[in-house]
Design a protein around this ligand. Structure first.
Ligand SMILES: *Cc1c(COP(=O)(O)O)cnc(C)c1O
Length: 469
């Protein structure tokens, strides 16, 4: 499989190349040169497969030429054999129409584990082949950092420096990072805000003093391999609900548009998806773009769903490219104009292409809390606030008739409620407990270094400690 950039100028790469590259050299994002497609019979033949076997079937076309089916299968068994639920991503029924797809049974209790655990193994495999090492530098305000650390802890050829704003992540989030004591994991608590930490990371990627000695890598959701891994659970859940002989709809709590774009990919591959609901909190740039064609950045307001507090959605570019007719030069011009003015209008082709499959809705804090209460009272399920945003959107669009009553409607449960205990307690009056498998989080030793807020201090620390793992 060959991959092309959304901006049309970077060289085409194979799967190994795009996994290690992340962002394309022209500033664009990689996508497969064409979508692999399964027939209805092929999809029917996937019924009943265990998750690692299903994952191998779904992902095999994307990795062709870089991994054999046997290599992929061995990786999938290793990665998904360690999840806290034998089904990996189990479905839970809420009422006649509504379902939850639990994506939080990985080590850090959020859906990002499903993809990052795989990415860590892919890095290790490809780096061994090339006899290279990789130094991952990232900044986190919470979820991504812990999932990335757990994905690479103990790997031989990868080390990670994860910056977080000192004192500004929750205790659970910090401990999920700092209690991983592998020598290849470095937690840096930086004075200042998340944006300051993020700025240090960006600067390191363009600082020749760093890039001349270290092979730097990133793990953010623009990496194609992460999206690919997320396609699998759309297949797993739709198959259980009767696909390909019945259509299924999804509601996806959305931030950077990675998770919901994976649903779009599943549909391109032949999975009969009725609708994908893009559910946003009050930071609703995507809802405005999909409902009015108007994509305009507008500052970020902090909410009880911090993983969806985004100003712009990096993966939206992939949809604009694919739904807009795959014209890299035109998209590059559109994106450059957006970078200057922080606003753009979708073309008619882009709006029609997106409108055929996507619907959208937003939830404010009151609506989110009410969705948590409904899940608790009507179905006995304690859900996290991000999932609550998705459930609110699902119920609103089912009530409005956008999703017909006979179509099963699956809300992606993106985090375990115990990751956000304060907001959950305020909504439903009880404090969710951490699952037993992470239960001693508060008894474990922590490892982190505290650094002053200036760039040079962070850079010198990374340079001084890299390669010692
Ligand atoms: C990252 C995250 C999201 C948003 O997912 P995207 O792929 O960025 O759209 C939603 N919920 C939780 C809990 C997350 O960690």
């Amino acid at each position: 499989m060959q991959y092309v950039s959304t901006r049309g100028r970077a060289p085409a790469l194979d799967f190994e190349g795009v996994t290690l590259a992340g962002l394309a050299s022209d500033g664009g994002l990689y996508l497969p040169a064409e979508w692999p497609r399964f027939t209805a019979d092929e999809i029917r033949g996937m019924r009943g497969l265990a998750y690692p076997d299903l994952a191998t079937r779904v992902m095999a076309p994307f990795v062709a030429g870089s991994l054999t089916d046997d290599e992929l299968l061995a990786i999938c068994h290793k990665v998904y054999g360690d999840f806290g639920h034998a089904a990996v991503t189990p479905l839970v029924q809420l009422d006649q129409q509504h379902w939850l797809l639990e994506l939080f049974h990985g080590p850090t209790l959020a859906f990002k584990d499903v993809a990052l655990q795989l990415l860590g193994r892919l890095f290790e495999t490809f780096l061994a082949r090339r006899d290279q090492r990789l130094t991952i530098v990232g900044a986190t305000s919470g979820d991504t950092g812990s999932a990335a650390i757990h994905a690479v802890a103990g790997l031989e050829r990868v080390e990670i420096f994860m910056l977080h704003p000192k004192g500004r992540v929750s205790d659970v989030q910090r401990r999920q990072m700092t209690t991983v004591l592998s020598p290849n994991v470095h937690n840096l608590a930086i004075e200042g805000s998340f944006d300051d930490a993020q700025a240090h990371v960006k600067r390191m990627f363009t600082d020749a003093d760093v890039t001349s000695v270290l092979n730097l890598g990133a793990v953010n959701s623009i990496n194609w391999a992460r999206l690919m891994a997320q396609v699998v659970y759309y297949f797993a859940s739709a198959l259980q609900l009767g696909a390909p002989d019945r259509t299924v709809a999804y509601s996806v709590p959305t931030g950077n548009f990675g998770d919901v774009f994976a649903g779009y990919v599943a549909q391109q591959m032949g999975l009969p998806i009725e609708r994908l609901i893009v559910a946003t909190n009050i930071n609703d740039i995507l809802h405005r773009a999909l409902s009015q064609g108007d994509y305009a950045a507008d500052g970020v307001t902090p909410t009880i769903t911090p993983s969806m507090d985004i100003q712009v959605s990096s993966n939206f570019e992939r949809l604009l490219f694919d739904a807009g007719g795959r014209d890299g030069a035109a998209l590059a011009a559109q994106m450059h104009a957006f970078e200057d003015t922080k606003a753009m209008h979708l073309t008619n082709t882009q709006r029609e292409g997106a409108g055929a499959l996507f619907a959208s809705a937003r939830a404010d804090q009151t609506e989110t809390a009410r969705a948590l209460q409904w899940a608790h009272l009507a179905a006995g399920q304690v859900i996290d606030p991000h999932t609550g945003v998705g459930l609110h959107a699902a119920r609103a669009l089912a009530d409005a008739g956008t999703i017909p009553a006979h179509v099963p409607l699956v809300t992606l449960a993106t985090a375990h409620p115990a990751k956000f205990p304060d907001a959950v307690e305020r909504a439903v009056g009880m404090r969710p407990a951490l699952p037993a498998r992470v239960g001693d989080l508060f008894g474990r030793e922590e490892s982190l270094v505290e650094l002053a807020g200036d760039y040079a201090t962070t850079r010198d620390y990374v340079l001084g400690h890299a390669g010692n793992a």
